[in-house]
Design a protein around this ligand. Sequence first.
Ligand SMILES: Cc1cc2nc3c(=O)[nH]c(=O)nc-3n(C[C@H](O)[C@H](O)[C@H](O)COP(=O)(O)OP(=O)(O)OC[C@H]3O[C@@H](n4cnc5c(N)ncnc54)[C@H](O)[C@@H]3O)c2cc1C
Length: 523
Amino acid sequence: MYSPFSTIEKDLRRQISGDVWFDLEKRTEYSTATCMYRVMPVGVVAPRTPDDVQKVVRLARDNEIPIIARGGATGLVGQAIGFGIILDFTKYMNRVVKISPDTLSMTAEAGCILNDVVTALQPLGMMYPIDPQSAKHCSLGGTIATNAAGSHGLRYGSTKNQIKSMTVILSNGDLCIINPKETENVLTAEASKRFAKAKEILSGNRETIERQKPKVEKYSSGYNIFEPLNGDNFDATRLVCGSEGTLAIVTEATMNILASPRVVLTVAAYFDSYEKTAEATQIAREYSPSAIELLDKSYTEVGRGLSPTSDRFISRDFQTMLLLEFEGDDAGVLRRDIQRLKERLSRTNLIIDWILLESDAERESLWMVREVVSEQLNRLPSKERKISTVEDGAVPIANLPAYMAGLKKILDKFGITFTLYGHAGMGHIHCTTLVDIQTASGRDRISGATQDVFELIMKLGGVLSAEHGDGFVRTPFLEEAFGKEIYSIFKEVKYSLDPEGILNPQKIIGKQDRLFLHDIKEV
Ligand SMILES: Cc1cc2nc3c(=O)[nH]c(=O)nc-3n(C[C@H](O)[C@H](O)[C@H](O)COP(=O)(O)OP(=O)(O)OC[C@H]3O[C@@H](n4cnc5c(N)ncnc54)[C@H](O)[C@@H]3O)c2cc1C
């Protein structure tokens, strides 16, 4: 039965303790995010409790209205918007619930901003190992839903590697606790059936799935059907992590935490070509750095003036810089490794300059450039705006040189201004393109370049997204990227867990226009 929205609004107000907004102003506010789209939602709810979430989901199910979970809205490809009821977790369900240094774990509500976790852990000498550049704004739930990673992913992996357990609400409103160990799950009867069905689908396609597992070091594209099955164990957290709110809604999670490293040393290494940067990246990995981050010259130029200290490091002649970070307990050992790496890169004529950053102030100044510029790119004062389509591809590390060269060739061919940065150490490059999408030519050029870059990634055995997810942008390309067989398994998995089809439709499973151009917001 379909109710008019005003009835739903009244029902919600009567049933839940959180806020309910169906007015135009709020709906407009939530119609966009850090992305290039605008889609008007039906209404917005800020739940206070898991019970609120269950009630909203049941009402939405009964009225066949989609539910879109939302955290910090920093998702870049339109995942946190859509026609439906937006559930904003950041207003009330945002607490760090418990920190347990003894068990190296931390529990927080889904809407908890990641930086609040960092701040809570710092006085204890502990850290949360996932450090995305958006940590000041993104939420724990959002990072789980996108399988976010940070600059130190080379050492600590992605969010999926840090989950101890999660409380989730399914599309029928049932609340469950899922764990890496299947036997520790706490499920309702209906939830048991749904997870058993998902497991059966993966078991039945085990060979195909194993054969087609992405060959890259990190991926956040499609569903992670590649890791949940291990022997007879079915780890539902691996499947839900990265599913962009399309399989379940997270209300709380317990994650790994770690003691902060005693010594951290950082190097700025300078290069005069992409080829040499890619080659040096491969060599540097042999010295076990915790981060190998790329910043090209056009990226650091946007960060000029942030501080006199960082300006000293970026006002030089170079095409790219690598920030190489080393963590450990013994400064002597780290310095020796760093010196050996420097000698090797000098001998092979790969670096043009090399600076070991001696103070915390120096280190922090360059990490600030890395962090702040990625935000500033969203607010450049020109008609050409940051467009996220090819911003998150990754390839096997051996193919990094070909990928960087290919990106440049394609974007030059389409006359698109771009900047490269990100997690080169894992074969993962953020490629920000600047385009005026208000013009037909701008839209044509970005569409053509996107198609060509995606084909290049596929040819090199890569994935279209390594940490941002698919959203509206990449969903229409997934069948081509993964092939029909795998995509049909994605579909089966989706409907095994969300037979109602109400959880964030058109993301991962969907067939909308490539680039969804008709809903692009005016910028
Ligand atoms: C400047 C900038 C820098 C960035 N740097 C990085 C980076 O270094 N690494 C990285 O991985 N990403 C990065 N991102 C991308 C983005 O920050 C991440 O994808 C982040 O994980 C999104 O979290 P969020 O809370 O903002 O989620 P949102 O944008 O609100 O939502 C993202 C997705 O998660 C789903 N979701 C949100 N909450 C829940 C929930 N409780 N239950 C189920 N689903 C939910 C939404 O439905 C949506 O599909 C960056 C973005 C920006 C703007």
